[in-house]
Design a protein around this ligand. Structure first.
Ligand code: CP
Ligand code: NVA
Length: 297
């Protein structure tokens, strides 16, 4: 049984395969219009979602499949009425695959080991692999030679960054991670475990952004986080000055939703080098490719 929990569970050839399928669907969507005929995808969101919800829902329908959005509380997925494994066992009698967004990465990791039903990670407190694969597609569309890319992440050490680092560990592109020192200290051991010659850590955004072709950021406080860390992010707002210190024509990326004036200024978010809406659109082709990959026997 195939699951899609984290990018670092995969080999380069698997990721290449998913990206190739996404590119093919984007080029010729009609050809794929019955790839998931008679298949049903369940969606469980324990946190808010616009892009992931819509891209999975519309994406699955465009593949000829159907979608059920299940409320965690209503179906008793919260371990109160019965165990989550028992819920999955029953779900597996009706549906073919489940996407889960929750605040408990360990739960979906453990459930995937039971091999009851293919599970897709639609974001957890730990990672956001679907987002980063979609972003990898966007990067490949923007840069012919994406192997020589130099990316900078400016912001929090969070789920999206973690999936980006997992991708970097496979493809070995240059990645500068610029995180406030107070936050980095907390994740230092994890970072050192994942570090390599092309993965570097900075605390100064202007220094970290030099020679980069792509600047990525995300909210400073993620969904479900209680600690208001915004005080650590002085000078971390991606603005025109930071953009001007990158390479010529560097692109700006953000998974969205964005807090305007916090992690990014509106002129950058809406500017000509911003590809945020393209990222949102590409989420759909990637979700479709992930579904095909996971559901294929
Ligand atoms: N980028 C992303 O996952 O957006 P949503 O939280 O709206 O799904
Ligand atoms: N890091 C953000 C990503 C949202 C798509 C969060 O978890 O809230």
């Amino acid at each position: 049984m195939k699951h899609f929990i984290d990018i670092n569970n995969f080999k380069k050839k698997d990721i290449d395969q998913i990206i190739t399928i996404a590119k093919k669907i984007k080029k010729n969507p009609k050809k794929y219009s019955s790839f998931c005929k008679d298949k049903t995808l369940g969606l469980i969101f324990e946190k808010q979602s616009l892009r992931t919800r819509l891209s999975f829902n519309v994406g699955m329908q465009k593949l000829g499949g159907s979608v059920l959005e299940l409320q965690s509380k209503d179906i008793g997925f919260d371990n109160r009425r019965e165990k989550a494994e028992d819920v999955l066992n029953v779900l597996s009698q009706y549906i073919d695959c489940i996407m889960i967004r929750n605040n408990n990465h360990k739960q979906i990791e453990n459930l995937s080991k039971e091999n009851i039903l293919p599970i897709i990670n639609g974001l957890t407190d730990y990672s956001h692999p679907c987002q980063i694969l979609g972003d990898f597609l966007t990067l490949q569309e923007n840069f012919k030679n994406y192997k020589n890319l130099s990316i900078v992440w400016i912001g929090d050490y969070n789920n999206v960054l973690r999936s980006l680092i997992h991708l970097q560990n496979i493809y070995n592109f240059k990645l500068n991670v610029v995180v406030p020192n107070q936050i980095f200290k907390h994740y230092k051991n994890e970072f050192l475990r994942l570090k390599n010659n092309n993965l570097k850590y900075f605390t100064d955004p202007i220094e970290g952004v030099k020679k980069s072709n792509c600047i990525m950021t995300d909210v400073w406080v993620s969904m479900g986080e209680k600690n208001n860390k915004t005080k650590y992010f002085k000078n971390f707002t991606v603005n025109k000055k930071i953009m001007s210190n990158a390479s010529n024509n560097a692109i700006f990326m953000h998974c969205l939703p964005a807090k305007r004036g916090k992690e990014v200024t509106s002129d950058v978010l809406d500017g000509k080098n911003s590809v945020v809406l393209k990222q949102a659109k590409n989420r759909m082709y990637i979700q479709q490719a992930i579904l095909i990959y996971v559901l294929k026997k």
